[in-house]
Design a protein around this ligand. Structure first.
Ligand code: FPP
Ligand code: MG
Length: 404
């Protein structure tokens, strides 16, 4: 059996009351959003009725407005300031390179593919990749500081494009109207087709860039990421095993951790790091990736949409059972039938939330995430001391203590 739910359906469902009187998927109240809205309007239809010069001007306005949304709270915490500080210049280069790569004669296609790269976001994935690249180089050359190899920077660009492509597709699957505090692509451009095509374009550009690295093992690792993303997302659509914790963990690895694990592995392979360092890099990426997704699932219960830049409390409404519910089910077996019917009967979502809050499921979920973060930190122990290694330790702690 497959779930046949979308966030648009949720909006229309009686679950709206759960989150207060305002619609679940209302836009964020950030003043920038309306600037972007009015600047861009519906570019898709505008493009047809206006001259190209006008469209280009509109796109530029959107880009200017989008740049205003930066520096998230995660990025401003002391631990992350340190982690991000070390690789800030590389992150800027990464963004500029991606912008250049996404240049086409089709202005609208470029604008859509670049859309999320205007927003600062958390940039957790490239930050991890750049820091692990530096830590690996430092360990190999036995120094405490080192630079990111240009090929490693290119690899971080590739994985960020793949990740963003998956979000463009995911927002169509989930009918999500908001991401990172701004309208999602299909909402902004009023077109699912555009969101899919922009995602495809990102994937194509990432593949082209990957080919230029001319490293078969790296190509295999990055292709595995794409395959795992699809498999993880597919597993999430099925309900047969939704109550099974192992199934949840496997899906968590495939949909989120595989990208971080395999890209961290690839960055070590790319510079011919010794097998032990390749393994350290993989284990760090895998464990921090699992911790990251578990916290994401937790924040869907405990976070606010303002913090997250996207609607919260939607997993249950989408029929998805994550760690907090699976833990609660151990004490409240009645949750089993709610999971089986995807929380779709009237009152199911409210009842599930009530039961999750009644016991220690939230704490157990946080403990589980902490366990994986500690595993990630542990896996670094054999890496020689460096500034980047220290930042990776802080980053693993930050991932589990974030509120956005
Ligand atoms: C976000 O999950 C989505 C993912 C982590 C992966 C989505 C993967 C696909 C759509 C498969 C296609 C892949 C490619 C490369 C095109 P979420 O919905 O739980 O989180 P959210 O609240 O941030 O949307
Ligand atoms: Mg989604």
């Amino acid at each position: 059996m497959f779930r046949n739910l979308t966030k648009a359906n949720i909006l229309r469902s009686n679950n709206a009351s759960l989150l207060g009187s305002k619609p679940v998927l209302r836009f964020q109240t950030r003043k920038f959003t309306s600037t972007i809205d009015s600047a861009a309007g519906n570019l898709a239809s505008t493009a047809a009725s206006l001259g190209m010069d006008t469209v280009i001007k509109l796109v530029k306005k959107v880009e200017k407005a989008s740049f205003l949304i930066k520096d998230s709270a995660v990025k401003n915490s002391p631990a992350s300031k340190e982690a991000f500080g070390i690789i800030e210049d590389d992150l800027h280069k990464l963004n500029n390179n991606i912008f250049k790569l996404l240049d086409t004669k089709h202005t609208l296609l470029s604008a859509m593919a670049r859309y999320y790269f205007h927003l600062e976001g958390k940039r957790i994935r490239p930050t991890i990749m750049l820091l692990i690249s530096k830590a690996i180089q430092a360990s190999i050359s036995n120094t405490t500081t080192s630079n990111v190899d240009p090929r490693q920077l290119q690899l971080a660009e590739i994985t960020e494009m793949i990740h963003t492509a998956s979000l463009l597709h995911d927002d169509v699957l989930d009918a999500a109207d908001v991401r990172r505090g701004v309208p999602s692509i299909q909402q902004q451009y009023k077109s699912n087709k555009f969101s899919i095509l922009a995602g495809d374009y990102l994937l194509a550009k990432a593949s082209l860039s990957l080919a230029t690295l001319e490293n078969h093992e790296v190509t295999k690792l990055i292709s595995t990421i794409i395959s795992d993303l699809v498999e993880g997302e597919f597993m999430q659509t099925k309900t047969e095993n939704a109550e099974n914790f192992d199934y949840y963990m496997k899906k968590t690895y495939l949909k989120t951790a595989s990208l971080i694990a395999n890209s961290c592995r690839a960055t070590a392979v790319l510079v011919n790091a010794p097998p032990e360092i390749v393994e350290i890099s993989t284990q760090y990426g895998k464990n921090v990736g699992i911790a990251f997704q578990i916290v994401d699932d937790l924040l869907d219960f405990t976070g606010t949409s303002d913090q997250m830049g996207k609607p919260v409390a939607v997993d249950l409404s989408l029929g998805i059972a994550t760690a907090p519910v699976l833990f609660a089910k151990e004490q409240f077996p009645e949750l089993s039938s709610l999971i089986k019917r995807n929380f779709q009967q009237s009152g199911d979502v409210e009842r599930a939330l009530e039961l999750v809050r009644k016991n220690d499921s939230i704490k157990r979920t946080q403990d589980l995430a902490n366990y994986y973060a500690q595993q990630a930190i542990q896996s670094l122990s054999k890496l020689s001391p460096s500034v980047s290694k220290e930042a990776l330790v802080n980053l693993a702690n930050l991932v589990v203590h974030r509120n956005q």
